[in-house]
Design a protein around this ligand. Structure first.
Ligand code: PMP
Length: 354
């Protein structure tokens, strides 16, 4: 059968999209997906496996993970019914798009930002309206307010990816106050900035905050994320998720990890320290710019340019993210902050290159 005919069964909005893509060549040091550089200690993993082996695998998990919601509600200090749990924050974002967006609706985002927002919106035939960051990645507040005012959905990422920059909380409050639609704030990297919009939730019923266990909590291999919002909204957003979406292994792992938050906090501190050291050391190199960041990654520019630098780093076994396709990042790579040893190796490689 001709490919053209097969493709005619797919929505044009999907056909015109590039597939989400992450390079995965062979490497020793993985600095391309903003994961935590350290795995969980063996004894904790064993505890998870033991608990998993003590429950029935032939039975469905809860329709909704009520126990996890209770635990999260204590941590973020909201009612359990204000929380929606998904397989990664990606699934929560997908549910939000499913229950909110109609064909022709407008979705306002910043540019550059996380590519999944566009992917989800376009697949639902929504129209993207972008507010461009300036050359120093600052938000044009007036432009954002204007564009988000009429949008059915505004999605902001704080700290933003791939830039690592922070949107001032005051501006987020203004956007939430003035927009006639919902305002989603993606706080995937909030642990590294320490700046959350959670306190705004009570005053702005259109505000939705998403979080993930994939970054600071070092659980990207299990897929858990959640969103916090007004109870009425949460009830509806839950309908956008399939029943029994959260599998037992992810649930049990998350519950046990939440009992070990002290280790998460210690690691976050170490990553922040590593970020500051690495950025300031890189900036001492001739022609190199490492952009300051509030996340566990930063943008890097070298005189050799992103393609050559990417290949050179890879020849040393270091995998970073080429973000040169993103607006305003044409000359840049995105580098995840690693362990102190990894940071040292990255620094030495850039020194040798330049
Ligand atoms: N938001 C941002 C800004 C991200 O960078 C990511 C991970 N790439 C996600 C959401 C999704 O993460 P997860 O689905 O693992 O929670």
């Amino acid at each position: 059968m001709p490919e053209k005919q097969i493709k005619s069964w797919i929505k044009p909005e999907v056909l015109s999209q590039p597939a989400y893509h992450v390079e995965s060549p062979r490497h020793r040091i993985k600095l391309n997906q903003n994961e935590c550089p350290w795995d969980w200690p063996e004894e904790l993993k064993r505890k998870i496996v033991e608990r998993l082996s003590s429950v029935s695998w032939n039975r469905y998990p809860g329709l909704v993970p009520e126990k996890l919601k209770d635990k999260l509600s204590e941590i973020v200090r909201v009612a359990p019914n204000q929380i929606v749990v998904g397989k990664g924050s990606n699934e929560v974002l997908q549910a939000l798009a499913t229950v909110i967006l109609r064909p022709g609706d407008t979705v306002c985002t910043l540019a550059p930002t996380f590519a999944v927002y566009r992917l989800l919106s376009e697949q639902r035939s929504a129209k993207m309206v972008e507010s461009f960051l300036d050359k120093r990645f600052r938000v044009d507040a007036k432009d954002l307010l204007e564009k988000s005012h009429q949008a059915r959905m505004t999605i902001l990422c704080n700290p933003n990816s791939p830039t690592g920059t922070l949107i001032p909380l005051g501006l987020i409050e203004e956007v939430a106050g003035e927009s006639t639609g919902v305002v989603i704030l993606d706080e995937a990297y909030v642990d590294f900035s320490g700046v959350s919009a959670l306190p705004l939730l009570e005053s702005y019923p259109n505000l939705i905050i998403t979080r993930t266990f994939s970054k600071a909590f070092a659980l990207a291999g299990f897929r858990i994320g959640y969103a916090v919002m007004a109870e009425t909204l949460a009830h509806e957003v839950q309908k956008g998720l399939l029943p029994f979406n959260i599998d037992l292994p992810s649930l049990i792992a998350t519950e046990i990890i939440l009992e070990n938050r002290a280790l998460v906090q210690a690691r976050v501190k170490q990553i922040i320290r590593g970020r500051e050291q690495l950025i300031s050391r890189l900036n001492t190199l001739d022609g190199v710019t490492a952009w300051s960041s509030h996340a566990n990654f930063f943008l890097l520019e070298t005189p050799q340019g992103p393609k050559k630098t990417f290949e050179f780093l890879l020849s040393r076994g270091i995998l970073v993210r080429d973000v040169s396709g993103y607006l305003r990042c044409e000359n840049m790579l995105r580098v995840t902050v690693g362990s102190p040893e990894e940071n040292k190796i990255l620094y030495q490689a850039i020194k040798d290159l330049t």
